[in-house]
Write a protein that binds this ligand. Structure first.
Ligand code: 5GP
Ligand code: MN
Length: 342
């Protein structure tokens, strides 16, 4: 398959996408994303909401958590709430970048037992909606929406183009990961033609730091330990770390990359201890490790190279070594079945 082909695969769904927009033209629509939203989630929500509103649909975005500080400039005049009380009665829900219903958070999940449509790229997507447009080979939900919109000749304003571009930058690690194909770059280039500015995304996401966040990073780096012959690197954060540095969970975005960046490391783990339990993040370099499957054994999901999990009631003291053992067993099982060829 040529590297451009992902766009061709996505755009096979253009008629379904257009029919979806048309079906809800006269409805109230709520565009939902996942808890702790990232650039792809927020970008996809804003873009789809604006596409709907441009055709006259009464659409808003709602999330469990607020838009992170670094993504706030994407919103402009897009209606975006993080409280369900703003949802008009009789609204239809469309989810973007959301692998399963638990990822909406408990309140939105209960509010919308029926989801009209699900536009996503997670390999662990459960196809939970009436209409599921899911492409695990797409780099980002924003890549899907951009490719579908371009193929359908839907006009995109500069705010929409910026939101989609930012989502693509986020989920490709700034065009670094193997999901950065020629087709993806072509889509990104067209977003620049539609008014997105590459330096604006860089300034928002990567030149927008706070000293408090760096002090949180310092504490996190201090917990890094190598395990399993240096092939696993694990770090953690506790509620005390956030309190001491006046930071919030969204501030830990990207910390796990320092663990993955270590040459010997094949799987990186970051555990965050909260009063509710443990939240885990997993990152790998090699797709053989299928982190989505590993995360699924820990009450989570995600992508092959980036996944996460939540263990309610768990603590570092009671579960950290068990989780590390599960990682080692998973890795050994895959190495035994498919030896590394380098
Ligand atoms: P992160 O480690 O940045 O929180 O998440 C990495 C990826 O895994 C994201 O695509 C995210 O949607 C997914 N993910 C994170 N936590 C969970 C979880 O608890 N359940 C599921 N199904 N996916 C998760
Ligand atoms: Mn995504």
């Amino acid at each position: 398959m040529s590297r451009c082909d992902i766009t061709t695969v996505i755009t096979q769904d253009t008629p379904r996408f257009l029919a979806l927009l048309e079906r809800h033209r006269h409805d109230r629509v709520v565009v939902l994303g996942h808890m702790r939203p990232d650039g792809d989630c927020i970008g996809a929500q804003i873009a789809l909401c604006r596409i709907l509103r441009a055709q006259g649909t009464e659409a808003i975005c709602v999330n469990h958590h607020a838009i992170p500080r670094t993504l706030a400039s994407l919103q402009h005049d897009t209606p975006f709430y993080h409280e369900p009380r703003f949802i008009p009665a009789g609204s239809h829900a469309i989810c973007v970048d959301c692998s399963d219903l638990t990822r909406l958070g408990p309140v939105l999940g209960a509010h919308f037992p029926r989801i009209a449509a699900n536009i996503d790229h997670h390999i662990s997507n459960t196809n939970y909606a009436c209409e599921n447009i899911v492409h695990p080979d797409a780099a980002a939900a924003c890549q899907m929406i951009a490719a579908l919109a371009f193929d359908a000749r839907i006009p995109l304003d500069p705010v929409t183009a910026q939101a989609l571009y930012t989502g693509i930058v986020t989920d490709t690690g700034q065009f670094k990961y193997r999901n950065t194909t020629a087709g993806l770059l072509t889509t990104a280039a067209r977003l620049l033609e539609h008014g997105a500015a590459a330096d604006l995304t860089t300034r928002c996401l990567y030149e927008n730091d706070r000293l408090d966040r760096l002090l949180l990073l310092q504490r996190c780096l201090g917990t890094f330990e190598l395990h399993h012959g240096g092939r696993i690197c694990a770090g953690h954060l506790t509620a005390a770390d956030y309190a001491a540095t006046r930071t919030a969970k969204e501030d830990a975005e990207g910390f796990i990359d320092y663990a993955r960046n270590i040459a010997s490391v094949a799987i990186a783990l970051l555990l965050e201890e909260t009063p509710a339990g443990l939240k885990g993040s997993l990152r790998a370099k090699d797709p053989r490790y299928r982190l989505d499957r590993l995360a699924a054994t820990l009450n989570g999901g995600g992508h092959t190279l980036a996944a996460g999990f939540n263990l309610p009631g768990a603590t570092l003291a009671t579960h950290r070594s068990q989780i590390l053992a599960a990682l080692a067993i998973h890795m050994d099982g895959i190495d035994a079945a498919q030896p590394i060829d380098n």
